[in-house]
Ligand binder design. Structure first.
Ligand code: GLU
Length: 493
């Protein structure tokens, strides 16, 4: 069998051939989906998959749907559903249909689709393509190990494939509740064109009969995922590479049910700095982790957009621009590495781009209560070039509005060696002119004849406690009145 999915996308900028009228009438609306299982938090790999799917849908002027894959009742949690939806929306991802935006193709939670699955289970049973399997997990494990030990790839041995109705009845009478397996046809070649990995082919004889219904009656992944893609009108499945070998199973189910197969593309895995895949199970930073640290969604999206997807667009892009520029033909096959440093480059770009009002709103939590609006704005303006995250602004807020910790020893020496004359000139200028750097510098230069670093460094240390930081003049302007004089006077005696 071969899925009827052509594997090419238009290259960016090239017009697509105009379809004929009959094709227009028949062509389904391009539809992509993101289908998380609510068993944990979304990690960056999930977020990238969701982003690519929404961009592909927008690029094709199609629909993007969100489907919650919660048939595994034991591992799914309602709290994760809410968290995942909030995280996606935070990232700027909105769906045309989903659990909170139902339409005629829903419901969009698998736990509410039992009647849909039952219909298709019955259809497969009617065709004699399924059978009950009474093997226990222990028996399956023993069989798996035996096959491995004899150098064979493990697959279901077919133990229950040909049980007679009497044998089945005896098993049931013994209290064993069976799973349901799909009878994989023998001697078939399954082909499809993956729009990331190119032509794929599998032999059905390498695939054991697989479970499509668990013992508790719930639909298993291969089945519900494939059936839902078809019944929700999904035309393009863009998902993690770990699902590539599941695709032939899903194509067999769709074929047996006479349902349309989507086109599949399997994106390379996202790996961390150590080369290990980012996975929600291994405690890797989640989307929420970055959100809570104060990273901007736009910065994260710009970074994810370029992970495993090459683009000639170098600048910071909006969601709309990303959708225009997204090109599935440019999805890479090699694992993509997530680097926080690269994310920081986009974050910095974002910090520099936003309006002062937006920066003030973003950094408001870093500013101590009671600071007047004007001083807060002056502060944000002064520190913005030195801020990547709100925590950086908090450190500067403490310096500007709070008390300074004692100087580090080598800094104390720099300050002391400038001499009391230096600081009494500086303190008097501050007393006369307020937090005015120019006046202070002018007075110190006149009193000491110092220039360059010898002139500026002790001032910076005495005023901020740090050898480096934002430009000093605007920082002083944000300080409460009298503060510069007070800090300079400490070293005047
Ligand atoms: N629920 C599956 C997962 O989270 C979806 C896989 C798919 O996109 O088809 O891995």
């Amino acid at each position: 069998m071969s899925a009827s999915n052509a594997g090419s996308f238009e290259r960016a900028g090239q017009p697509e051939a105009r379809p004929r009228a009959a094709e227009v009438a028949a062509a389904p609306v391009p539809t992509t989906r993101f289908a998380p299982s609510p068993t944990g938090e979304l990690h960056l790999g999930n977020a990238r998959t969701a982003l690519f799917n929404v961009l592909l849908a927008r690029h094709l002027n199609g629909r993007f749907v969100l489907r919650i894959e919660d048939t595994d009742a034991e591992r799914s949690q309602e709290a994760h559903v809410a968290q995942q939806m909030a995280d996606l929306r935070w990232l700027g991802i909105e769906w045309d249909a989903g659990p909170d935006r139902e339409d005629e193709r829903g419901p969009y939670r698998q736990s509410q689709r039992t009647s849909v699955y039952e219909r298709y289970f019955d259809e497969l049973a009617r065709q004699g393509l399924t059978y009950p399997c009474f093997c226990t997990p222990v028996e399956l494990e023993v069989s798996r190990r035996t096959q491995l030990a004899s150098g064979k790839p493990p697959r279901y041995a077919g133990t229950c494939r040909d049980l007679t109705p009497e044998q089945q009845a005896r098993k049931r009478a013994a209290g064993i509740t069976p799973t349901t397996r799909f009878r994989v046809p023998s001697g078939r070649r399954i082909e499809f064109e993956d729009f990331v990995h190119g032509a794929q082919h599998f032999q059905s004889d390498d695939i054991g009969d697989f479970v499509i219904r668990r013992a508790d009656g719930s639909a298993a992944f291969f089945f519900s995922n494939a059936v839902d893609d078809a019944s929700m009108g999904v035309t393009h499945v863009l998902r993690g590479e770990d699902h590539l070998t599941n695709t032939p199973r899903q194509l067999m189910i769709l074929e047996a049910l006479g349902l349309p197969a989507p086109r599949y593309g399997h994106v390379s895995l996202l790996v961390g700095p150590d080369g290990a895949p980012l996975s929600k199970r291994h405690g890797d930073p989640s989307l929420r982790y970055y959100r809570e640290r104060g990273y901007a969604a736009e910065a994260l999206a710009n970074h994810l957009f370029r992970l495993g997807h090459s683009t000639p667009e170098h600048g910071f892009l909006s969601m709309e621009e990303m959708a225009r520029a997204f090109n599935p033909a440019h999805l890479g096959r090699a694992p993509a590495r997530f680097e926080e440093q690269q994310l920081n480059v986009w974050q910095k770009e974002w910090v520099n781009r936003i309006s002062l009002d937006a920066a003030c709103a973003w950094l408001a939590p870093a500013i101590p209560p009671g600071v007047e609006e004007q001083a807060a704005r002056a502060f944000v303006e002064a520190v913005r070039p030195n801020v990547l995250l709100p925590e950086d602004a908090s450190a500067w807020a403490q310096i500007v509005f709070g008390d300074l910790p004692p100087l580090a020893e080598q800094d104390e020496q720099v300050v002391r060696s400038a001499g009391p004359g230096y600081f009494s000139a500086a303190a008097s200028a501050a007393a006369a002119n307020g937090n005015d750097l120019q006046a202070i510098v002018g007075a110190v230069r006149a009193a000491t004849g110092k220039t360059g670093a010898a002139l500026y460094k002790p001032l910076r240390l005495a005023l901020t406690g740090r050898p480096h930081g934002p430009e000093l003049a605007p920082l002083l302007k944000a300080m409460p009145p009298g503060k510069a004089r007070e800090r300079l006077a400490r070293f005047a005696a």
